[in-house]
Design a protein. Structure first.
Ligand code: FES
Length: 146
């Protein structure tokens, strides 16, 4: 398909880490109100390190490819390291995305952040400082409160 790198096509056709984790330590559920795509990301954490990550995405090819890549990137990372994974890093690892599809990668970053937020809330009682996007502009439904 035109405009998509080989890496994107590879992760779209054969996505890695599809499915659910039984008894996950964190779940991140996000959706894009404009396109209606939904992403759910599960993490398993051991000794402060993400040892497993899986996802279920009901969405476009770019959303599937970015979900697949973010779960690959996050495995083996500490929580602090995982929090630094931006949508840009996911896009770079995929060899780029067409500009019109960049919002799909934002969904992947936000799903990861929500899963970490869930994990932190369960383990420390305090999650990340993230807030809902009141503009509902479809760019992302969650924004880090910085
Ligand atoms: S078009 Fe909805 S996430 Fe890609």
């Amino acid at each position: 398909m035109e405009g998509y790198s080989n890496k994107v096509m590879e992760h779209f056709r054969n996505p890695k880490n599809v499915g659910e984790i039984e008894n996950p330590d964190g779940i991140g559920h996000v959706g894009n109100p404009v396109c209606g795509d939904i992403m759910e990301l599960y993490i398993k954490v051991k000794d402060g390190r993400i040892v497993d990550a899986k996802f279920k995405t009901f969405g476009c090819g770019a959303a599937i490819a970015t979900s697949s890549m973010v779960t690959e990137l996050v495995k083996g990372k500490t929580i602090e390291e995982a929090l630094k994974i931006s949508n840009q890093a996911v896009v770079e690892a995929l060899g780029g995305l067409p500009p019109i599809k960049m919002h799909c990668s934002v969904l992947a970053e936000q799903a990861l952040k929500k899963a970490i937020d869930d994990y932190l809330k369960k383990t420390t009682g305090k999650g990340l400082d993230i807030k809902e996007d009141k503009n509902n502009d479809g760019e992302c439904i969650l924004k880090k409160n910085v």
